[in-house]
Design a protein around this ligand. Structure first.
Ligand code: DX5
Ligand code: ZN
Length: 254
């Protein structure tokens, strides 16, 4: 398992110490960028990512929870992003975007323009960055399955984006399992990253069993008594797809 601790949950009065902890046990460093429009919270932009890039050699895993992410994508690449992830639901990514559904909404197809989505992913790739595509819990993999060959990282959210420390939502576990199946059936190699409410005690093993390759953890690392041990424990989890005889093992996963 790759582990990507979220710097949003660190103590920013001791940012250097937080990055040193990540250096000891992480594979990537997750940067949660929020604009106060796509999500009801506002965090940081390219200058913070650039500062982190100067502080660590860890690949920066930049999660854009912003409207019109292509507008600022070049600035994040210049700042040192290694993976740049955009939300399919955000305005400008696959059309006009769509808001979080009301709690009593009846599910329906989202207004995805796949031509626009493909162009977005191509423009990200042309910037020379790993291309990430994120799904909110209300978005199913069927809606974006046809573009997965243009994606390096599929980020499955297990909370509604906006805040760290929320409770894990189990419904997207099915999205992870389906992503494993699509990847195998189509011979693709994108990584499956899971973000939101993941901790080693219970939800970590569940997302691993579903087939996640990368775990993002905010509270699950930085709000633990021993963040380095927490990262090591998460890292030791095996994605089900790679475990011989595991539930997602089809015998052909490398
Ligand atoms: C939520 C962010 C997550 C979050 C993770 O909008 O995308 O990355 O900070 O924090 P935890 O692990 O505490 O849910
Ligand atoms: Zn995130």
């Amino acid at each position: 398992m790759l582990v990507s601790p979220s710097i949003l949950s660190a103590d920013w009065t001791r940012l250097d110490a937080a990055v040193r902890l990540a250096d000891e046990g992480a594979d990537w460093l997750h940067c949660d960028v929020m604009d106060g429009h796509f999500v009801p919270n506002l965090t940081f932009g390219p200058p913070m990512v650039a500062a982190l890039h100067r502080m660590t050699r860890l690949p920066l895993d930049v999660h854009l929870m912003i409207d019109e992410p292509l507008r600022s994508a070049p600035a994040f690449v210049d700042a040192g992003a290694h993976v740049l992830t955009v939300h399919v639901e955000a305005p400008g990514v696959a059309g006009p975007g769509w808001p979080v559904p009301a709690p009593d909404a009846v599910g329906g197809a989202h207004p995805i323009d796949r031509r626009v989505l493909r162009a977005t992913l191509e423009r990200l790739r042309a910037l020379g960055v790993k291309v990430g595509l994120a799904l909110r819990p209300d978005t199913g993999i069927g809606e974006i399955e046809s573009v997965l060959e243009a994606v390096d990282v599929l980020l499955v959210m297990t909370v509604y984006p906006g805040f760290s420390g929320q409770s894990f939502l189990p419904a997207p576990l099915e999205t992870i399992r389906r992503a494993v199946g699509v990847r195998r059936a189509r011979g693709l190699s994108f990584l499956i990253e899971v973000d939101g409410g993941v901790v080693i005690e219970d939800t970590g093993p569940r997302v691993a069993a579903a087939g996640a390759d990368v775990i993002v953890a905010g509270h699950g690392v930085y709000r633990q008594a021993d963040p380095v041990s927490a990262m090591r424990a998460l890292r030791a989890l095996q994605p089900a797809a790679y475990a011989p005889g595991g539930p997602a093992d089809g015998g052909d996963a490398a």
